[in-house]
Design a protein around this ligand. Structure first.
Ligand code: BES
Ligand code: MN
Ligand code: ZN
Length: 497
């Protein structure tokens, strides 16, 4: 969808969207069209008891004396409670409503009503961001459904008097390009996105100025990534590690590192998962998808920071070559691991790339993202908060703030020596699961911590955020693109002087 900004409505065609603060209070355009339609808006407000509350909307199909096909009014809630996040939500609600309506052209009257504290340009640009984020759809494999052939929104004009809006949005638009890339990678099935093809997609970031290095199995063996390789050994598909380097900061300045779990399909391995719902494990590369999209976003907008992205790309399959429960593997750090459960594979992948990252790049901070545990979904549900773990108070604060500001929210969980003890093991330095029943997300995080070499680090468990079965705030059902804007904001606020 093309999004343009204008100081006034350009043509009277397609859908006209008006925004009303609680009351409802219409702006002058709203009043104009209410009159032109013989009071149709007032009538609709009365009939549907519309008050302009947050989340409320009414629609009037326009009479033939005006050029627009329909008029929609979306509630903003009390003017003084309007924020950039609520503006995004309204933009998303507009897209959700019109996406499959057959409408191609849309005009949004996005001037801020009286009493709104958010700056007009900020407000309008966030409406646009919400609109584009929610308009994403992954339909390339639908060849028959009629809805796929229906017209889609093609162009939106955002009307605002604040000329700053277009510039503010231009940067957000580039970040949303990153979100779209993440969603595409996550939506693809595992017969299309597998370690090698994922690595090829990452290679395409070179066009945006990202340096990309791809390590295949031979190199990984030479380096000594025994834990990561053990996960991939049951698959016919080769394992890879991809390293992305964006050097937008000062030369020689230590980078911030983003690390992602990229299990392109997780069957559980010999500790096989139950069949029901296993198709969801195509998005077990969600962490790597987020890191890749975030690197793209940072490069496109020319972030003034040095950022490293590292993803471990493997497929976890059962086969005659697969690792067995009870196998002992030697990680790159030198520490040995007894693999009690081959389905606790993500941490084995991350263990080696975390160690490799700190040793090779001496980063200031490492943030890893992974669909690591089902337990985090039990704790936080789907589509609300990702769970995060860190021993560093500064990172905890910064991530929480970036989460609130970007709308990609995170909630902190504890780490402690007592939890750490739960992965001690009799026959190796550690085992890859805790007691199997309790505090599963925390013991997973404790496991990762043992591979950070005390470099400032946070782990974000995104298992509940990558994919939803219901449409959410800024996404249709399916891949959410969660995390890209969180990382973008975190880098922007903390590493770009
Ligand atoms: N990829 C899964 C975690 C997951 C589960 C993500 C559901 C999204 C939705 C991970 O590899 C896994 O299998 N974790 C196990 C760990 C257990 C064996 C200790 C889990 O959560 O059950
Ligand atoms: Mn697993
Ligand atoms: Zn997994």
């Amino acid at each position: 969808m093309k999004i343009k900004f204008s100081e006034k409505a350009l043509k009277e065609t397609g859908a006209l969207v008006l925004l009303a603060a609680q009351g409802p209070k219409l702006d002058s355009t709203g009043k104009h069209y209410n009159k032109a339609t013989g009071g149709a808006l007032d009538q609709a407000f009365k009939t549907s008891n519309f008050k302009g509350k947050r989340g409320e909307a009414v629609q009037v199909l326009a009479p033939s004396n005006i050029g627009f096909s329909r008029l929609l009014v979306f509630g903003l809630g009390p003017a003084k409670e309007v924020t950039t996040i609520s503006a995004e939500n309204v933009g998303a609600a507009i897209a959700a409503k019109l996406l499959r309506s057959g409408e191609k052209f849309l005009t949004v009257m996005a001037d801020t009503p009286g009493g709104v504290k958010t700056k007009a340009g900020e407000f309008a640009s966030h409406i646009a961001a919400g609109l584009r984020l929610r308009a994403y759809h992954f339909s390339k494999y639908l060849t028959k459904q009629p809805e796929n052939k229906k017209a889609r929104l093609e162009e939106a004009i955002i009307v605002t008097a604040d000329q700053a809006a277009a510039g503010l949005y231009a940067e957000m638009d580039l970040v949303i390009d990153g979100v779209y890339m993440t969603r595409d990678l996550i939506s693809e099935p595992a017969n299309v996105v597998y370690p090698k093809s994922f690595a090829t997609a990452i290679k395409s970031l070179e066009q945006d100025g990202v340096e990309v290095e791809i390590l295949g199995e031979k190199e990984l063996e030479k380096i000594g990534m025994g834990a990561l390789l053990a996960v991939g050994q049951g698959s016919d598909r080769e394992s890879y590690v991809a390293i992305m380097k964006w050097s937008g900061g000062k030369k020689g300045q230590a980078p911030v590192a983003l690390i992602g779990k990229g299990v392109t399909f997780d069957t559980g391995g010999i500790s096989l998962k139950p069949g029901a719902g296993m198709e969801e494990m195509k998005w077990d590369m969600g962490g790597a998808g987020i890191v890749t999209g975030a690197m793209r976003a940072l490069a496109l907008r020319g972030a003034r920071a040095n950022v490293i992205g590292i993803v471990g790309l493997v497929e976890n399959m059962p086969s005659g070559k697969a690792q067995r429960p009870g196998d002992v593997v030697k990680s790159l750090s030198g520490q040995t691991i007894e693999v009690i459960n081959t389905d606790a594979e993500g941490r084995l992948v991350l263990a080696d790339i975390l160690w490799y990252c700190q040793e090779t790049f001496k980063p200031k901070v490492m943030i890893d993202l992974a669909t690591l545990t089902g337990a985090i979904i039990v704790a936080l549900g789907r589509g609300q908060y990702a769970g995060f773990f860190t021993s560093d108070e500064g990172i905890a604060k910064a991530l929480t703030k970036a989460g609130e500001e970007s709308g990609d929210r995170v909630w902190r969980f504890p780490l402690s020596d007592e939890y750490d003890k739960l992965i001690n093991c009799q026959i190796a330095d550690m085992k890859n699961v805790g007691d199997g029943a309790n505090a599963g997300s925390i013991t997973a995080a404790q496991f990762l911590k043992r591979f950070t070499n005390d470099v400032p680090w946070a782990h974000i468990d995104v298992a509940g955020m990558v994919w939803t079965l219901k449409p959410g705030r800024l996404w249709d059902k399916g891949a959410t693109g969660y995390g890209v804007r969180l990382l973008d904001r975190y880098v922007k606020d903390n590493f770009e002087g």
